[in-house]
Write a protein that binds this ligand. Sequence first.
Ligand code: SAM
Length: 207
Amino acid sequence: MLAPGQVARRILGRHFEPVGNVYRRVFVDLNAIAGFLDAELPRGAKVLDIGGGDGAVIERLLNRRPDLPVTMCDLAPSIGAFLSDGNRAKVKLLPATDIADVTGSYDAVTISDVIHHVPVDQRDIFFKSLADCCKRWGCRKIILKDIEPGGVRAMLSLLADRYITGDKHVVLFSRSDFADLARRHFPKAQRGSAIPDWPNYCEVLSW
Ligand SMILES: C[S@@+](CC[C@H](N)C(=O)[O-])C[C@H]1O[C@@H](n2cnc3c(N)ncnc32)[C@H](O)[C@@H]1O
């Protein structure tokens, strides 16, 4: 049976994007997240966006930073639906692609609202694979956005992912969970943290 979010996507068709944007705004101010990414990414940096989904974050980032060449990968078979025509032409889309199969070189990786969808027992393997991939890509910076558990907005976000998006694996990924995995797999990296829109946090690893 389709989840309510998938039913809405089918029924609304091209109107799904504006409705989706209003819905997502309850949980996060994506312009604040794009503003944070903007400040962290050097001019012309080659960006790999892991788990880019519809491209809601990358659309906002490229509106501010048309200088950034972006590649977006995702396990999902169809991605980039929220990119405007102008921005879609600039983004290399890699649907149905695991990070281990992404080739090329990248200056920075962005990962927005992805890890809470990765089953808890697979997160360590994901970060190990990410560390191996970063070596291969020559990447020295990771910017991660996720949701700190605790509080009403975080709980609503979790419930919406479980019962509207329909992902039963969702478990929020805290900053301390991130710190543990960063210490294990990126032991030489410097870590920076920010909360552009509580409970939405951003973490930066650079080395
Ligand atoms: C909530 S969406 C976030 C989309 C986008 N990053 C944003 O913030 O607007 C989560 C996305 O992560 C993708 N995803 C989940 N696990 C993944 C993995 N192991 N590798 C790549 N993408 C993954 C899902 O397919 C989905 O498109």
